[in-house]
Structures are given as C-alpha cells and as structure tokens.
Design a protein around this ligand. Structure first.
Ligand code: IPM
Ligand code: MG
Length: 377
C-alpha cells in the first residue's frame, strides 16, 4: 500500500441512471475501490436515482431524496440518462430533465471537458495522423444558463398553427464567472484562451464577447482570441492542435464536444467534470469544488446489457473527481497512467477496436485498468 500524506475519507453519491450508465459506473467504482485500497483512502458510496429509472419508480426525473443525497456528498459520480422508452416528444417528464435540474440546483455551472489524443488510438479515428499531433485541449462549457434554461421556454397553439420558443439569456454574472474559469485554466496551461460565440448574429454573444474583452487586461499572460462557433467547428477538425482552452455557451459547448470526441477516437473516451466553483471559495482555482463527474457519452440503448460499452470515459471521470473534488492528484494520475498502459497493451472495446488488438468487453477493460492501478499486472 502506498500511503498518501493523509488518508482521505469521502462521501460519494453514485447515480448510475439509464442505459449503459450502470455498466460503466460499476467499472468506475471498481477502479475507485482499487485506488482506495492501494493509497489507503476510504470512499463511502450512496446510490441515488435520476432519469428514466427515477420516472418509472417515483414519477419524477429528480427525486428530492437524490437531490438531498447529492447535496451532502463530497462528489457525484453519474452514468447516463435517457432511452427510447421515455423518448415520446409529448411526454410531460423526460429523463434529461433530471440531469439538467441537478446541474441547476447544485449550481454546477462550469463543465470541463478535456480532449486528449492518445497516440495509441490515432488509427481508430478518421483523421490523418498529422492532424492529431499534439492535440490537447479543454472545452469549458457554461452549464446552467443559455438556451438550455432561458425562459420563456414552451410550446403553444395559435390560430395559425403551433409555435415553440427557447430563450438564450445570459446575465453578466453568468458570463464573467465562466470566462474566469476559462482564463484561470488557460493561465495554468499553455496560456491560450479561445472564446467561442456567435457575435455576428446573437445579442447574448455580443455581451459575452464584450465581457471577455473587458476581462482580458486582468490576465496579461493569457492570449485571448474569439471565434464564431461555426468557424470553431471547422477549425476543431482542421487544426485541433492549435487550441488550448475553449470557453463557450451551453449549447455551443454541447455540440462542439461531441465533435471533438471524434479526435479522441470515440465518444467513449471523453470524461467531464461539472463544477460548482463558488463552493471552492477562491478565485476560480478548481481545488475541492463540488462536482458531478460523468462520461460525455449518453445512455447508448443499443449497447445495453451486451458488455460492449467503453468504460474509459467513466473511469477518467473518476480521475477528474479525485483531482478536482478530493484534491488527490497522485491518485488521479495513477488512473490516467493505468488507462494509457492498458491501451498500450492493446486492450480495446468494440468502439476503438482495430486489427491485431485484444478485443475486450466493458468488465474486462475495467478490471485491466483496476489491476494496473494497483500494479498487479
Ligand atoms: C451532455 C448531454 C446532455 C446535454 C443531455 C443528456 C441533456 O448531451 O452532457 O452533453 O445536452 O447537456
Ligand atoms: Mg451532449
């Protein structure tokens, strides 16, 4: 056992959710338990219900009990929500509302989505290898405002047919706090911040850009530039290595991160952290923030129960949790290193499988990573 300076004890809320959520969460917990054994920490798990399974059991996508559980925990591990069973566009409650409400109620406004290209996986992407050289970027997505939450938001019927509205609304405070997260992160990385908006069309984007320009002098060592979201979508696949930190609105960030996941070989590779930086009590440094950690992939209904899902995004989300909410950097690195070594050894789930590699399922991939964490292989 490698004892850390001090033993940590943490209360973790676990929300497996729908689809492949429970399968990947089980592998995340397996790896986390191994970290606990190996480094001498104690993680207490308490399970909660959200999404479709919560609708089935409790008639609501976010039961009060789950919200209470999350509030009193040090961090939240989240699988996925949604599925065809709850997909009726006329349904009153949708599984996704559970996740959105959780983000909002816990004020998890900063969504951090790192995109790294693992050299082992370059051939499993549709890109020429030279495009992927040196890709290491982070998207900071605003998560509790914008088009997702703005009011009015509704559908209605008029004498001339049906109408619907969603509103992209941002306050100065919402914009400046997420830009600050972007600036602070860029300061600690390669010092380049790209603020992504649609300022040629949208008023909310013009305010966003104005505030970014006003904040720029506070970060003299960070190089700030601005990109329109459509141009950004293009550059993300034409010259991805040039990005360091991207900061953007909720919907833009949702779309750009699914696009960016192709760089990493599979949507099954990308972790994320959704943080309440206010609780960290300092100027944007993400130490010990309350956080919800989830893979960016969804519930993948077609893979359910087939031992086919890639658990790496979930396992890397556990590493982010150790780093951001529990301050256990060495332990996070142990997980990230174990993932690299298992990929080096040729272990591949179906989404990243190539000829000559070792085909494994969800469970075997999780076990191999756990074994590497504790050095048993
Ligand atoms: C994501 C997902 C969610 C989102 C869905 C499940 C509501 O796509 O985390 O990227 O749109 O934010
Ligand atoms: Mg998404």
């Amino acid at each position: 056992m490698t004892r850390s300076e001090s033993m940590a004890r943490a209360k973790i809320a676990v929300i497996p959710g729908d689809g492949i959520g429970p399968e990947v969460v089980a592998e995340g917990i397996k790896v986390l338990d191994r970290v606990g054994d190996h480094f001498g920490h104690c993680f207490d798990f308490a399970y909660g219900s959200v999404g479709g399974e919560a609708i089935d059991k409790f008639g609501t996508a976010l039961p009060d009990e789950t919200l209470r559980l999350c509030k009193k925990s040090d961090a939240i591990l989240f699988g996925a929500v949604g599925g065809p069973k709850w997909d009726d566009p006329k349904a009153k409650v949708r599984p996704e509302q559970g996740l959105l409400e959780l983000r909002k109620r816990l004020n998890l406004f900063a969504n951090i989505r790192p995109v790294k290209v693992n050299t082992q996986l370059k051939d499993s992407t549709p890109f020429k290898p030279e495009i992927l050289d040196g890709v290491d970027l982070v998207v900071v997505r605003e998560l509790t405002g914008g088009l997702y939450f703005g009011r009015p938001k509704r559908q209605w019927t008029t004498s001339r047919g049906r109408r619907a509205v969603d509103s992209m609304i941002y306050s100065e405070e919402e914009i400046s706090r997420i830009l600050r997260v972007g600036f602070e992160l860029a300061k600690r990385r390669r010092k380049k911040l790209t603020s992504v908006d649609k300022a040629n069309v949208l008023e909310s984007s013009r305010l966003w850009r104005q505030i970014a320009l006003e904040m720029e002098p506070q970060y003299p060592d960070v190089k700030l530039d601005h990109l329109l979201v459509d141009t950004c979508a293009m550059h993300l696949i034409r010259r991805p290595a040039q990005f360091d930190v991207i900061v953007t609105e909720n919907t833009f960030g949702d779309i750009l991160t699914d696009e960016a996941s192709v760089l990493a070989g599979s949507v099954g590779m990308l972790p994320s952290a959704s943080l309440n930086m206010d609780r960290s009590g300092d100027d944007g440094k993400p130490a010990r923030a309350l956080g919800l950690y989830e893979p960016i992939h969804g519930s993948a209904p077609d893979l359910v129960g087939r031992d086919m899902a890639n658990p790496i995004a979930m396992i890397l989300s556990v590493a982010m949790m150790l780093r951001y909410s529990l301050g256990l950097d060495r332990e996070a690195e142990a997980i990230e290193g174990a993932v690299d070594r298992v990929l080096e050894r040729g272990y591949r789930t179906p989404d990243i499988m190539e000829e000559g590699m070792k085909a494994v399922g969800t469970v075997e991939m999780g076990s191999a990573i756990a074994d590497h964490v504790s050095g048993t292989i």
